[in-house]
Design a protein around this ligand. Structure first.
Ligand code: BTN
Length: 182
């Protein structure tokens, strides 16, 4: 593991923490809030690639486990990692890694719409499938009810998927993937 990779991973874990300063939007009917931090997850995968992307989210989860207030509303601690949103949080490194894998694969010919599609598949669908299923299990609710509730996240998550792709294209020249591709 190169120092540079660790620095990038830490930098993006910090960025996701900063996005957590945007207040969460509670939905009332589901114990998981709307958060801007998913934008950070998708951006991390698109911009850093698979290895650094996944590592960044692992670092973020370690910060949560250590009790640092890195989640929206200043939350952190082991209790969150076994609470209703645990599945969502643990799906984040997987999503960032898979988004990063595809991002690296298409990099020389990367296009906004391709990043939007991969964000939708892994950053929106996969995250919500894993997150809602585990939320249903933890809260003793039928899985269909969990998935139905989580559908409320889709409009916001789709917008975040587009924003993450657009920002990545704007910052393409300074991405570590660009460096590797040359
Ligand atoms: C937490 O702060 O405890 C984790 C929140 C997880 C939120 C999930 S991620 C996917 C979906 N989109 C959102 O905006 N919120 C949920």
């Amino acid at each position: 593991m190169k120092t540079k990779e660790l620095v990038y991973a830490a930098l993006f874990a910090a960025l996701i923490t900063v996005l957590g300063l945007i207040p969460p939007l509670p939905l009332g009917f589901i114990p998981v809030p709307i958060t801007a931090q998913t934008l950070g997850v998708m951006l991390t995968g698109c911009f850093l690639g698979k290895r650094m992307g996944a590592l960044s989210l692992v670092v973020f989860i370690i910060l949560i486990a250590l009790g640092l207030p890195v989640l929206t509303g200043g939350r952190g601690g082991l209790a969150v990692l076994v609470g209703p949103s645990a599945g969502y949080i643990f799906s984040w490194p997987v999503a960032a890694g898979l988004i990063g894998w595809y991002s690296e694969k298409i990099w020389p010919k990367v296009q906004t719409w391709k990043l939007v599609v991969v964000n939708l598949i892994f950053g929106v669908l996969l995250v919500n499938l894993i997150g809602a299923s585990i939320m249903a299990w933890i809260t003793n609710t039928p899985v269909w009810a969990g998935l139905a509730g989580a559908s409320a996240f889709l409009p916001g998550d789709i917008i975040k998927a587009v924003i993450a792709a657009v920002i990545t294209m704007q910052l393409k020249a300074i991405s570590p993937i660009e460096e590797k591709a040359q």
